[in-house]
Design a protein around this ligand. Structure first.
Ligand code: 6R9
Length: 651
């Protein structure tokens, strides 16, 4: 399959870094030169410069048995020591590591010294419970500091964490516990979300009941005070155990290739894949990208990544990257609109956040509410904005830069995946001229190719399949317990090049545009069209708040474009008066913007779109609807009732 984009929708403005920003930026064009001259030497330098090794490595990469890479493999380090102890030893113990903001408004500042003490206590408790090197620990917690402490305590003793997002059901938790054969579960009584307590411990009890029996103990953080039961001999309160433990803990070093965590992510089949990451290479690339992509000045910046630690973005850019770099960050427990729609902007103002990293879906929901909400708050502390998770449409990019960023600060669009561990494609602020909608260039030391289905490079405007053509430090090391699936999913297609599953094209300047997952590419009358491109066009219409496009099978054209659109609140009345006219207007708009071939066969005006808990639109379900099929499995939706509502609206 060749992905060809016949009608590129481009926002043509380019944004040069301001001279002031460029002058203070930590990134230097010399990074690209060094990486181009000697890629492996470059990564070895970064690993030495950014991390502290108990035993220095002498080998950079062993790729003698692809696709199983070994980076820095004769070196030894302790990941938690790199995130904590070494900063305290360097005299930074009083620096705030975490400004915690609970949803109900409780807040707590935790310094590096305090965080280090807490992690040491927790490490002692884990060891006391018999958790040892290589054992798996499931973590099922809300976005509270104990989630960070738990992850680092597991890392400190060389065990392997498997964080399961707190919104997952007991079935999902049970299958993850079983796949990893977790010995310990760390959870809380509950957490706060949308102004209510959501209980977690009862779900853990259910999951353990359904599971095969690997769990020996459960540690329970008290967060919400809801009624729970502790099973004697199995369950213990975190505060009783960690609170009472000694804060001395001698950390030992582990090999660079020692597994750090498993994180489950959905693939094309029903069974989630346990993506495995290792220690030295992973930490090198997350620290590198966190420093240079976010232009981190750890003495002065206040950084905030809004992702939950249950997702890879939370692992790499809430826990490991920022803490390895000694950053000060905000950790927020709740939802963006509780108790009021300006909550995020209130937090930016309160902590003088200077770097904000979030997802396009969040930006678009703020766009829907209108600029008057962020404008009630002082956002002038912001100096850099980041985006991740899906292609950011130029409309949202511009809104983000102008309404949130005051019109002059850089927006970096970062492409990467659970499997890549760290950012792979992004502008470097202060160096790269920014193009709204493009993720732009591979970071230094990363090799990206765009290939056609038969493996030949795609030149020029035609799109193709995105591959990573050389191993990289933070690459996944495998799928837990399933080396065959690892090979099949990512390496069978192009030999020793990693197949990412995304479509992409390179423009005349060499900038990369992501075109969505390759399964989201449509073929209409022999013309290839990208769902992302048509969504972008729809969202550029002044009435539209959010749009999802699917290719539905069509007798005459092969596939036809079917769009589902949420209108801005201000337009809802106009449209509800005449739905047919509103969808006709949007169909015409796409035809005018992209070309008649892209005109949607149908535009359905809806109030909601089906999203996973990480905010990704589940186009598969919309396709079922558009093709008049029974709606498939909805269990991974954040709200499983949504499809029912949408079906009724579409009738
Ligand atoms: C970090 C994360 C990975 C998939 C990836 C791609 C999409 C992520 C993107 C992007 C375009 C970006 N994706 N960032 N597409 N531009 N800046 O999201 O990991 O949950 O594993 O998702 O998300 O399709 O393949 P993960």
């Amino acid at each position: 399959m060749t992905v060809q984009i016949d009608h590129a929708l481009e926002e043509i403005r380019r944004f040069r870094p301001s001279p002031e920003f460029a002058a203070q930026s930590v990134a230097d064009p010399a990074l690209y030169e060094a990486a181009n001259a000697d890629r492996l030497g470059f990564w070895a330098d970064q690993a030495r410069e950014l991390l502290t090794w108990h035993k220095p490595f002498t080998r950079t990469l062993d790729w003698s048995n692809p696709p199983f890479a070994r980076w820095f493999d004769d070196g030894e380090l302790n990941v938690a020591v790199n995130c904590l102890d070494r900063h305290v030893a360097a005299g930074l113990g009083d620096r705030v590591a975490i400004h915690f903001e609970g949803e109900p408004g409780d807040s707590r500042d935790i310094t590096y010294a305090e965080l280090t003490d807490e992690v040491k206590r927790a490490a002692n408790v884990l060891e006391g419970l018999g958790v040892g090197t290589g054992d798996r620990v499931a973590i099922y917690l809300p976005m509270i500091p104990e989630a960070v402490v738990a992850m680092l305590a597991v890392a400190r003793i060389g065990a392997i964490h498997s964080v399961v997002f707190g919104g997952f059901s007991s079935d999902s938790l049970a299958s993850r516990i079983d796949d990893a054969e977790a010995k310990l579960v760390i959870t809380a009584d509950g957490g706060y979300r949308k102004g209510r307590v959501f209980p977690l411990k009862p779900t853990v009890d259910e999951a353990i009941g359904k599971s095969a029996g690997s769990v020996e103990n459960v540690l329970v953080v008290q967060r919400t005070g809801n009624d729970i039961t502790l099973e004697p001999g199995r369950d213990e309160w975190w505060h009783d155990t960690v609170g009472a433990a000694a804060s001395e803990h001698e950390a030992t070093a582990f090999e660079a290739e020692h597994p750090l965590f498993i994180l489950y992510t959905s693939g094309t089949t029903g069974k989630p894949k346990g993506v495995v990451h290792s220690s030295g290479g992973y930490l090198t690339q997350v620290a590198f990208t966190h420093k240079y992509v976010f232009d981190l000045h750890p003495e002065t910046d206040v950084y905030w990544c809004t992702a939950d630690v249950g997702w890879v973005t939370g692992h790499s850019y809430v826990v490991y990257g920022p803490l390895a770099n000694g950053a000060t960050q905000v950790l927020y427990e709740g939802t963006p609109d509780t108790p009021h729609p300006g909550r995020w902007w209130e937090i930016v103002e309160k902590y003088k956040v200077s770097i904000l990293y979030t997802a396009p879906t969040a930006i678009r929901s703020f766009m829907k509410l209108g600029r008057q909400i962020p404008h009630e708050f002082n956002l002038r502390s912001l100096r850099l904005l980041g985006s991740v998770g899906e292609p950011i449409n130029p409309e949202a990019w511009i809104w983000y830069r102008h309404v949130i960023g005051g019109g002059s600060i850089p927006v970096v669009d970062t492409w990467w995946q659970t499997e890549t561990g760290a950012i792979m494609i992004s502008a470097l602020p202060g160096i790269t001229d920014l193009k709204p909608g493009s993720a732009q260039v591979p970071i230094p030391g990363i090799s990206i190719d765009i290939l056609s289905d038969d493996g030949t490079p795609v030149e020029g405007e035609g799109g193709g399949l995105l591959v990573v053509s050389e191993p990289w430090p933070s690459m996944l090391r495998g799928i837990w317990g399933d080396p065959e699936r690892f090979k099949e999913t990512y390496w069978e297609k192009f030999g020793d090049k990693y197949f990412a599953g995304d479509g992409a094209r390179r423009d005349e300047d060499g900038d990369i545009w992501l075109l969505g997952r390759v399964d989201d590419v449509m073929n209409v009358s022999g013309h290839r069209l990208s769902t992302a491109e048509i969504e972008s066009s729809l969202v550029a219409h002044p009435w539209t708040a959010e749009a999802a496009v699917v290719g539905a099978s069509d007798e005459t054209t092969g596939q036809a474009v079917v769009a589902f659109v949420i209108l801005k609140a201000s337009q809802a009345d106009v449209a509800s008066a005449d739905v047919a006219a509103a969808s006709e207007e949007l169909r015409k708009h796409v035809a005018t913007q992209i070309g008649a071939i892209a005109r949607p066969r149908q535009v359905f005006i809806v109030n909601e779109l089906p999203k996973t808990r990480s905010g990704k639109i589940m186009r598969r379900l919309l396709r079922d609807l558009a093709e008049g099929r029974q709606i498939g499995d909805t269990t991974t939706l954040a709200d499983t009732s949504i499809m029912q509502i949408i079906s009724e609206q579409v009738k």
